[in-house]
Design a protein around this ligand. Structure first.
Ligand code: MSP
Length: 517
């Protein structure tokens, strides 16, 4: 099996500043990539911004600046947020970059030369909000069915990609590759959509109506439809990149997207790839939406909470933790102040933070700040049933992560890790090391076993959570004096005894509400 991994995020419209939806798509992709790296993959992902099209042109016009000036300013909001959220991408693409524009034009010329694109006079209902035509039958109360805005009747010449030609090829491909579109219910949704005859795709906009786009190479009076321009980024951005073993980045392992852009990815993009004779991405994964206090997010929803404030108020890592723990990938999730506080306090402050502080303090005061060695090691006679059971929890978490990363079951991975930490806290209640520390030689030996076991469980938990909370887990690792986190560190018994603990830190302070003070 190839140990290379390349994932993509959607590229974001720069018509407005980023919000939790954008943050989630990118953090999820970053975490998935880091997990693959932890399991020994040469893993990276790409992100970027979608700078052409009507939305952006309108946003610029509303501010009275040129589209170029607007995108030069707004792409930075995204770049800065990614730096703040500690996401590590290999490349940040802007669709106004010269190499991307050239690539898009090459792709279109190729399709044109192959006879995959034709022009015709077209009339239909056009929605400025969605930047596309709708069939009469698709309209809801005479408005566009997605953004519910008014549509206008337009008649114009345009260029079309022969998408309909690939309908059966696509259906067959999806059926033959059951994990191509994830989760399963989204795959079924796409197959349902494909039961209706597929139209050809309008891939141009007359310059007279929209100037802000990439001119078609075979007719400079038109610019490229923004979605075609955008989808091609997944290849143009990494065209010259190679994995360490020399292989190309394309095909991507994962396109991570939100559920609202599933059709553009699983129907438009895939059929374009068929027409080009290029490989399909391995998986398209659609995640759900974040709702705020249960309602759809909008500036006017009036809930008064902005999830992005939580990054500044509580820290990047716990914010990332909440996003990954709280959303079952594929389903919607709710962001609320109470659920945030509850999650951080119970999982991180009570379970993980407490366990870590206990073990750190007890080793500091009883073993001179050095990891105690277990006589006979973890296969010796002092390693009893309780210890084996505890070790089993860590082993289970490692195996579960290894087996489920490919299916992006990240919230469940976290749950398994937390189970091992909870088991540790129960073990500490049962073995009462704070009492053992007051006993004689036999108790001291038992204490060594208990604290060693505790340090190992925590070391592994921190390693498995490090893709989600890279900074905090690194501090925790240093606290335990443990070797660097890598694939080899994912087994019980890595600590040898004698490692010097780092300085103690309150890694996950409890969030204290004003009313509790
Ligand atoms: N520019 C296109 C994508 C082109 S990809 C070739 C676009 N941009 S977007 O900025 O509008 O949205 C980008 C992503 O943010 C989408 O995946 C979308 O699902 C996600 N989200 C926007 N709001 C969201 C939530 N409230 N919750 C979760 N994600 C949502 O579409």
């Amino acid at each position: 099996m190839s140990k290379n991994f390349y994932a993509t995020t959607p590229i974001y419209y720069v018509n407005d500043k980023p919000h939790i939806g954008h943050a989630y798509s990118t953090v999820l992709t970053d975490v998935l990539t880091r997990f693959h790296r932890l399991f020994g993959f040469d893993a990276s992902f790409m992100t970027g911004v979608d700078e052409h099209g009507q939305k952006v042109q309108k946003a610029a016009a509303a501010k009275g600046v040129s589209p170029q000036a607007h995108v030069d300013e707004y792409n930075l909001h995204f770049k800065n947020l990614w730096a703040k959220l500690n996401v590590e991408y290999i490349h940040f693409i802007r669709t106004t970059d010269g190499y991307h524009k050239d690539f898009v034009r090459d792709v279109l010329q190729k399709l044109y030369d192959k006879g995959e694109i034709y022009s015709k006079e077209y009339s239909g209902w056009y929605s400025v909000g969605e930047e596309r035509f709708f069939e009469e039958s698709e309209l809801v109360d005479g408005k566009d069915p997605i953004s519910h805005r008014t549509v206008e009747w337009l008649q114009e010449k345009n260029y079309f990609f022969k998408m309909s030609k690939y309908q059966q090829t696509l259906i067959d491909y999806i059926n033959a590759n059951p994990s191509f579109i994830m989760p399963d219910f989204r795959k079924n949704e796409v197959l349902g959509f494909l039961k209706q005859p597929l139209n050809d795709l309008c891939i141009s906009r007359p310059k007279s109506r929209l100037a802000w786009g990439i001119p078609l190479p075979f007719d400079e009076d038109f610019v490229t439809y923004v979605w075609v321009d955008a989808l091609v980024n997944y290849i143009s951005g990494v065209q010259n990149f190679k994995h360490k073993d020399g292989s190309a980045f394309w095909p991507a392992d994962f396109h991570i997207i939100g559920k609202d852009i599933l059709t553009t990815h699983s129907v438009y993009w895939t059929t374009i790839l068929f027409a080009l004779g290029w490989q399909q991405p391995k998986h398209i994964l659609a995640h759900g939406w974040w709702l705020i206090d249960g309602s759809k997010m909008s500036k006017t929803s009036g809930t008064g909470i902005n999830p992005m404030d939580y990054v500044d108020n509580y820290g990047v890592d716990v914010f990332r933790y909440f996003l990954i723990r709280e959303m079952v990938v594929g389903l919607d999730a709710t962001f609320s102040h109470d659920s945030f506080v509850r999650r951080i306090n119970s999982d991180l402050a009570n379970d993980l933070g407490n366990g870590l502080n206990r073990i750190h303090k007890l080793i500091l005061s009883n073993f001179d700040g050095k990891i105690p060695a277990v006589a006979g090691g973890i296969s010796g006679s002092s390693w009893g049933e309780q210890e084996k059971e505890l070790e089993g929890y860590s082993a289970k978490a490692i195996e579960f992560a290894r087996a489920n990363i490919g299916e992006v079951k990240l919230s469940l991975v976290v749950e398994e890790v937390l189970n091992s930490v909870k088991a540790l806290n129960r073990y500490l209640e049962a073995t009462v090391p704070w009492k053992l520390s007051k006993g004689g030689e036999a108790e001291h030996e038992k204490l060594a076993v208990v604290l060693y076991a505790g340090a190992e469980v925590l070391r592994i938990a921190l390693a498995l959570l490090s893709p989600i909370m890279p900074q905090k887990c690194e501090v925790g690792r240093l606290m335990l004096g443990a070797p660097i986190i890598d694939e080899n560190s994912l087994r019980f018994g890595v600590l040898q005894g004698g490692e010097t603990l780092g300085k103690g830190e309150a890694l996950f302070p409890r969030i204290v509400e004003k009313t509790e003070e």
